[in-house]
Design a protein around this ligand. Structure first.
Ligand code: CTP
Length: 401
């Protein structure tokens, strides 16, 4: 990779020392980091140590006239390929989510037109506070990318989510976002996870999908440089680095989010969309009452794969579905290509432990042929699918062994 530049905003948290290691790892990967150190950040690491590692001036004050004359805050982000915030404190996230601009870091985040990657780090209660949840969701919707936070012991003696991702993981997320991969310039849509269909405010219909395969595909496409939107039902998974995640619950919401993400070059429907939803969702919790169990009338959900496959101006060049089958896998999957109008089907036999597991054994079925892949990890299946997509879209797929 030719030399790239990141603008690294170092926020004030005990994890700030890890940003020094990050600068070193980036330098090894031929990425130059220029740093903005917030006032709070300077309580944890010194400008001298940051500057010594970055080999550059460290920017600290919005109102420093000399610094502003040398390199204005707008120019600071313009001269970078990517803006990284590590550690991203609750305060920095709140400012960025609300468009506040009252210091150099927040002003730069508001002024930048570059991709932004945040690596949050804070106490678990701060991370779980509804205000931070709101800010996190808003930043994701604004297209900010995230890596971490991790789960583990914290400096404050508590345990939970809030630890800064390891410097290696932050470096990898940065490299993925800076990637000049063969899918650069291509847009991809991936659906993943289950959908949940409300019966009343506390009950729902759903299925056992973990989202692992869809998330792995989104990550593999992003790694090859694609701009990926991941429309996901509820899962326990973190959004992969460099991927824009849109969180939804029902099939209806999933369809709307998918349509909003168009146009894309490739759409891959991995989600286990509930085929039916309760025809009526009760606005209040259904009481047991004295009579027999209530009957739930069902209505059919929209078929997202079939909708995306419909011929028209917005149809992605390549539409790929998944088929979860327990018998006659190839024949059933072929029938699905015909029924839904997609181009390829990735068929898997879900009679074993595939759903929720870490491995998958699939058949890639095109209209004119089929390839059986040996049982392997979902991550490897994802990489093979991403390589096949790259070939189909005319990118240069690296040979996979
Ligand atoms: N799919 C979808 N929207 C739906 C149902 C399914 O987008 N409402 C997509 C899935 O994401 C998957 C493909 O369609 O890519 C196949 O889903 P599957 O559940 O295997 O097939 P069904 O269409 O539900 O058919 P059946 O249950 O009869 O096997």
């Amino acid at each position: 990779m030719s030399e790239k530049r990141v603008l690294l905003v170092i926020g004030g948290g005990i994890a700030a020392y890890k940003s020094l290691e990050l600068i070193r790892l980036l330098a090894k990967a031929n990425v130059r980091a220029r740093a903005i150190l917030t006032t709070a950040g300077a309580q944890f690491v010194t400008p001298l140590s940051v500057g010594a590692l970055s080999g550059d001036k460290v920017y600290q004050d919005l109102f420093d006239l000399t610094a502003e004359a040398e390199m204005g805050h707008i120019e600071l982000s313009r001269s970078a390929d990517l803006v990284v915030v590590a550690p991203a404190t609750a305060d920095l996230m709140a400012k960025a989510a609300n468009g506040l601009a009252n210091d150099l870091a927040s002003t730069t985040l508001l002024a930048t037109d570059k991709k932004v990657l945040m690596a949050p780090a804070m106490n678990v209660r701060m991370w779980e506070h509804s205000a931070t949840r709101r800010n996190f969701a808003r930043l994701q919707a604004d297209g900010v990318h995230f890596v971490g936070p991790d789960q583990g012991d914290m400096a404050c003696g508590e345990y939970g989510y809030g630890r800064l991702a390891e410097p290696e993981a932050i470096r990898d997320a940065i490299l993925a976002l800076l990637s000049d991969g063969p899918l650069k310039g291509k847009r991809a849509l991936v659906t993943a996870g289950p959908t949940i269909e409300a019966i009343d405010p506390v009950r729902f219909l759903s299925n056992r999908s973990s989202g692992k395969q869809g998330y792995a595909i989104a990550a593999a496409l992003a790694e090859l440089g694609a701009e990926v939107t991941l429309v996901s039902g509820p899962t326990n998974l973190a959004a992969p680095a460099g991927v824009k995640r849109v969180s939804v619950e029902s099939a209806d919401q999933m369809l709307r989010a998918c349509e909003k993400s168009l146009p894309v070059d490739v759409a891959i429907c991995v989600a286990a969309v509930a085929d039916w939803r309760p025809a009526l969702t009760a606005s209040e919790k259904i009481k047991k009452g004295k009579n027999s169990a209530p009957a739930i009338a069902l209505a059919e959900n929209p078929d997202i794969l079939a909708t995306l496959s419909k011929p028209g101006k917005k149809r992605p060049k390549l539409v790929i579905g998944f088929a979860a089958e327990t018998n006659d896998v190839e024949a059933n999957a072929r029938a699905k290509i015909a029924k839904k109008g997609c181009d390829w089907i990735v068929a898997n036999d879900v009679s074993g432990d595939v759903m929720g597991g870490d491995e998958n054994e699939v058949l890639l079925i095109r209209r004119d042929g089929a390839e059986a892949w040996p049982r392997t990890s979902k991550a490897e299946v994802a990489k093979r699918i991403a390589a096949a997509v790259t070939k189909e879209l005319g990118g240069k797929a690296r040979e996979r062994k």
